[in-house]
Design a protein around this ligand. Structure first.
Ligand code: UD1
Ligand code: CA
Length: 463
């Protein structure tokens, strides 16, 4: 039988105190709404409709970028409550029988298996199947009302609760599977006669109980947290991160406490992530690689056995097998470091390739260049890639040696096996196997230092 998901995401989220619509606040690199949508799709619904309102254009754009045509949206022009929002979503669903899963866009911890189980229960003929959970701090949630036989008979929103009802700890996480026919009848019957003057989706529960049976199943509180403020946002992220790390640990990855990972990152067995490492976006780390303390990787590709020493930053770049990076190296977009190459402390690369086994171990700026296999770039070397108007490339041949404190004024090339003397400003191409040297010749003036001391030492010292 057909199943649809209606995901309510039109609210402003005033408690976040943010210019960003609440459902777009990121968790592990993806907006919280995307976690809910992905969960619905993984649970196997045939159609997913997201109800948008506050910040509709931004929410729609972010959904389109992530899910394309798999998700459609329905507009709720005025926020009149979750019951009204569900009705807007339902209007986008074709006539006919089926099951409608209704979810809130602010419950990002939801698991696909819980939704799939609920869908199954919803197919059993009851007008409504829903999850419940019991928590110590029920603040903000609707309370589950049961009769003497234990059957669910309704939900009371916190603001409408009597003191006894407020003390109940079984709450509504906001995960429902409705019979489509029942939902079509129930939503127009809702009345906004409550503290907030809103149409409550939760009032359909009493209607369902009057109609027949409400199927309820208790689910794990950790998958049902609703995010209304920044404290709950932090808590949700902590739980998602723990879940994600456990998944990778089971797959053979060592992850120390204090690592942060986006859900999109991919890791192979025997990768080690040390404390404080942050891995974002489309980053991939191959087996045996070490990402040491404090490294920040964004869309980085790290090959097998590479070592990223502490506090290295790698953005949209590739690090080859067995290469060594850092500590304190900065690989900016478009860097490709060859197998077994070394990039040491305070070296910055951008749009630059290093061949196999090439080395730039200390203090250098390598922008817009190609460094050949086995070449050695000395401390303090600078690729002068920018003339104030355009960027130019520097090319260094295989096994060339660039002495310390050299400037290579691009466009320029150094041939294979060539040698650039320390302190040279290279403005002309250097042929293969040549020596380029371009620094002032040294003069020694015998005894001069002693004379200077004598002369200056007679004056009183200046402050
Ligand atoms: C809701 C439930 C409450 C439940 C809790 C679980 C109702 C009336 N209450 O309360 O029983 O315990 O979630 O987290 O349903 N939204 C719209 N349009 C609106 C209003 C809200 O799309 O007019 C969306 C919001 O964007 C949000 C979701 O519905 O994603 C829930 O709204 P929210 O205001 O957060 O409801 P709660 O007070 O948390
Ligand atoms: Ca909420």
């Amino acid at each position: 039988m057909r199943s649809v998901a209606l995901i309510l995401a039109a609210g402003e989220g005033t408690r976040m105190k943010s210019a960003l619509p609440k459902v777009l606040h990121p968790l592990l690199g993806a907006p919280m709404l995307h976690h809910v949508v992905r969960c619905a799709l993984e649970a196997g619904v045939d159609q997913a409709v997201v109800v948008v309102g506050h910040g509709a254009e931004r929410v729609e754009a972010s959904l389109a970028a992530a899910f394309g045509a798999r998700v459609t949206t329905a507009l709720q022009p005025v926020r009149r409550g979750t019951g009204d929002a569900a009705a807007r979503g339902l209007a986008a669903v074709a006539e006919g029988p089926g099951t409608a899963v209704v979810l809130y866009g602010d419950t990002p911890l939801l698991r696909a298996e819980d939704v799939a189980a609920l869908l199954e229960a919803g197919r059993g003929g009851a007008p409504l199947a829903m999850l419940t959970t019991t928590i110590d701090e029920p603040r903000g949630y609707g309370r589950i009302l049961r009769d003497a036989s234990g059957a669910v008979v309704g939900i009371r929103e916190e603001k409408d609760c009597s003191p006894e009802e407020r003390a109940l700890r079984e709450v509504n996480p906001g995960v429902y599977a409705f019979d489509l026919g029942f939902l079509r009848e129930a939503l127009p019957a809702l009345k906004p006669n409550n503290q907030q003057g809103e149409y409550y989706l939760t009032d359909t529960v009493a209607l369902a109980a009057a109609r027949g049976r409400v199927e309820s199943r208790e689910a794990d509180v950790h998958s049902l947290l609703g995010v209304n403020d920044r404290t709950q946002l932090a808590e949700a992220e902590r739980i998602l991160l723990h879940r994600l790390c456990e998944r990778w640990r089971k797959a053979g990855v060592t992850i120390r406490d204090g690592v942060r990972l986006d859900a999109t990152v991919e890791l192979e067995a025997d990768v080690t992530l040390e404390a404080g490492a942050v891995l974002r976006g489309a980053t991939r780390v191959a087996s045996g690689a070490l990402v040491d303390v404090g490294c920040v990787l964004t869309d980085a590709q790290i090959e097998a056995g590479a070592v990223l020493k502490p506090y290295s930053v790698v953005t949209q770049s590739k690090v080859g097998k067995g290469a060594q990076i850092g500590p304190f190296a900065h690989l900016r977009p478009g860097s490709a470091i060859g197998d077994e190459a070394h990039v040491g402390n305070f070296v910055e690369t951008k749009n630059t390739t290093l061949g196999r086994g090439a080395k730039a171990n200390h203090l250098a700026y390598l922008g817009d260049g190609d460094v050949g296999e086995g070449a050695n770039v000395g401390a303090g070397t600078i690729f002068c890639n920018y003339d104030g108007f355009r960027k130019h490339r520097t090319t260094i041949g295989a096994r060339a040696f660039i002495g310390s404190d050299s400037q290579l004024v691009a466009p320029v090339s150094v041939g294979e096996g060539a040698y650039v003397g320390t302190g040279t400003t290279v403005t002309e191409d250097v042929p293969a196997d040549a020596l380029a040297i371009g620094r002032a010749r040294q003069q020694n003036k015998a005894g001069y230092a002693a004379k200077l001391r004598e002369r200056l030492g007679r004056r009183p010292p200046t402050k």
